[in-house]
Write a protein that binds this ligand. Structure first.
Ligand SMILES: NC(=O)c1ccc[n+]([C@@H]2O[C@H](COP(=O)([O-])OP(=O)(O)OC[C@H]3O[C@@H](n4cnc5c(N)ncnc54)[C@H](OP(=O)(O)O)[C@@H]3O)[C@@H](O)[C@H]2O)c1
Length: 249
């Protein structure tokens, strides 16, 4: 194992935006630790796809909303890697309903998987990153700042996530670790199909976005690639908005 190898942990790295991020980083000398919740078929397909490109893959099913499962993820990484170069937290969960109807359970799921998990993942990554430095990136959404119908549980958790990015960025700079987020507009993935009234929401989005289209997982993955690269070495604690200009109007 040498410094030319790269070790990357991606949560939710097997579907949607996480999948595009995984593909964007694949190549010889990369060892992926790919976490997902339960969709084995997608996970096995991604594993095959990126092994063909010369990468090694350790699949790590587990619920990142559960702190014990995050500990297990890091036990496995510690046994198989000398360090971690990149951590990307793309996994997210949440119910779609008005905030005034949220049950405690609904609130907890979003905050646990989307925000608390990021804190615990960063804490778990620190011992593996602090010697050589590293890059930590997470995925947020416009709902962190703007009202979106039925999106409150997730939007509020993303607001916490974006603030965690700022706090971690300042604290971890001492270890040459950069922490940033990419905030996406509407990207057509499986998760969005669960949105009540998805087709109407998409129509509204298309009518307001200057480029007249929705985002693709690759649009977001390219920004993540930039944040993982040396070109972004003077950027930390930021949430870069990649929404094709939707949020300008
Ligand atoms: N789609 C959008 O319009 C959009 C816009 C802005 C931001 N985002 C953000 O982008 C990220 C990815 O979203 P997406 O639309 O690509 O989602 P997606 O297609 O539904 O994929 C979600 C991935 O996360 C995994 N996952 C979900 N809950 C998990 C948990 N508790 N523990 C571990 N893994 C878990 C899933 O595993 P399984 O395959 O096993 O289910 C899957 O691999 C999220 O943070 C989301 O909030 C999305």
């Amino acid at each position: 194992m040498t410094l030319t190898e790269k070790f990357i942990l991606i949560t939710g790295g097997t579907r949607g935006i996480g999948h595009a991020i995984t593909l964007s980083q694949a190549g010889p000398g990369v060892h992926f630790f790919l976490n997902y919740l339960r969709d084995e078929t997608s996970a096995e397909a991604v594993k095959k796809e990126i092994e063909k490109r010369g990468s090694r893959v350790t699949l790590m099913p587990g619920n990142v909303g559960n702190p014990e499962e995050i500990s297990q993820i890091f036990s496995i990484i510690q046994e198989n890697a000398p360090r971690l170069d990149h951590l990307i937290h793309s996994a997210a969960l949440g119910v779609f309903k008005p905030v005034h109807q949220l049950r405690v359970k609904d609130w907890d799921i979003s905050l646990d998987v989307n925000a608390k998990a990021f804190l615990l993942l960063a804490q778990g990554a620190l011992p593996l990153m602090k010697k050589n430095g590293g890059k930590i990136v997470t995925i947020s959404s416009l709902g962190a700042k703007h009202f979106t119908p039925n999106y409150g549980a997730i939007g509020i958790s993303k607001a916490a996530l974006e603030n965690l990015v700022r706090y971690l960025a300042v604290e971890l700079a001492a270890f040459n670790i950069h922490v940033n987020a990419v905030s996406g507009g509407l990207v057509e993935t499986d998760s969005l199909k669960m949105f009540p009234d998805f087709e109407n929401m998409k129509k509204t989005y298309l009518s307001r976005t200057p480029f007249g289209r929705t985002g693709t997982p690759e649009d977001i993955a390219r920004v993540v690639s930039f944040l993982l690269s040396r070109d972004s070495n003077w950027i930390t604690g930021q949430t870069l908005i990649a929404d094709g200009g939707y949020s300008l109007s």
